[in-house]
Design a protein around this ligand. Structure first.
Ligand SMILES: C[S@@+](CC[C@H](N)C(=O)[O-])C[C@H]1O[C@@H](n2cnc3c(N)ncnc32)[C@H](O)[C@@H]1O
Length: 261
């Protein structure tokens, strides 16, 4: 799957602010007390949890993300990749996985591992990006087309690993891992971002449009940057921000409590 290496700084000023939009819902739905943040990125959700008085353990597969999260958090930050977590069985009462399960190579095994780490009655709150495209990526598709960008082949999991990219599809994955899906719905919010911060994320190759930018020759990349700046100048508000409506797929799942750990 996507290589996040050394992207933490660009991620934090760009797409982390997009993912922030779901954090409050995940934290509100998870039991108070200790929290495991799996795929913590630069540690922003975990920081909100700490500020609310929780004790957080965070983990991420990428070293630069781990370093950024360590700089931000009081709690322990582990470098670890799903589906192999260095955690004991059945310890966690609350796990957040915000926009992580859409990046793992083995989502079924990742669910099984998260279930293993949950204690009976423990809860897992998770988001993914649903299929169907996002408003911000529609703008970028238009810019790519005008710039004459060559699109790299889309990244797809093998059919036996892949799942329906929707709240229902994520809930089915949770049920396959013997978790009970308590909530499966879409979340909506607005993403406000400065064009230069969006460009920083794209230039660093983050998200699918970032991979498109990275795949271009330098002249095409420059053209994309120019076109994006021009479109952004038309679309930005008085404070220089772009605003995009966002939709995410959300599932809250529970490890049934009437079972042996
Ligand atoms: C879109 S970011 C989300 C980060 C964070 N949860 C947030 O809300 O900003 C995806 C994160 O998942 C991490 N990641 C990708 N594959 C992973 C895996 N197999 N195990 C753990 N983390 C992974 C990436 O390094 C990246 O930090």
């Amino acid at each position: 799957m996507r290589d996040w290496t050394a992207t933490a700084e660009a991620y934090d000023r760009s797409f982390a602010t997009l993912c922030d939009g779901a954090a409050a819902r995940l934290l509100a739905d998870l039991p108070g007390g200790d929290l495991l943040d799996a795929g913590c990125g630069t540690g922003r959700l975990a920081q909100q949890a700490e500020r609310a008085g929780r004790t957080v353990t965070a983990l991420d597969a990428d070293e630069s993300m781990v370093e950024a999260a360590r700089a931000r958090l009081r709690g322990q930050v582990l470098r670890a990749a799903l589906p192999d977590l260095p955690l004991p069985d059945a310890r966690e009462s609350a796990i957040a996985a915000n926009f992580v399960l859409n990046h793992v190579g083995r989502p079924r095994a990742a669910h099984a591992e998260l279930r293993r780490a949950l204690r009976p009655g423990g809860r897992l709150a998770m988001t993914i990006w649903p299929a169907g495209g996002a408003s911000w990526s529609a703008l970028l598709r238009e810019v790519f087309e005008t710039a004459g960008a060559v699109l790299p082949p889309p990244e797809r999991l093998p059919a036996d690993e892949d799942f329906d990219r929707s709240a229902d599809g994520l809930a089915e994955l949770a049920r396959d891992a013997q978790l009970e899906a308590l909530t499966a719905c879409d979340l909506h919010w607005d993403w406000r971002i400065r064009p230069e911060d969006l460009w920083a994320g794209l230039e660093a190759g983050i998200a699918t449009p970032g991979a498109v930018v990275r795949a271009q020759t330098p002249p095409v990349r420059d053209r994309i940057q120019e076109l994006l700046a021009a479109r952004a100048a038309d679309l930005a508000d008085a404070e220089g921000h772009l605003t995009f409506p966002v939709r995410a797929a959300y599932v809250l799942a529970e490890r049934p409590s009437d079972e042996e750990a």
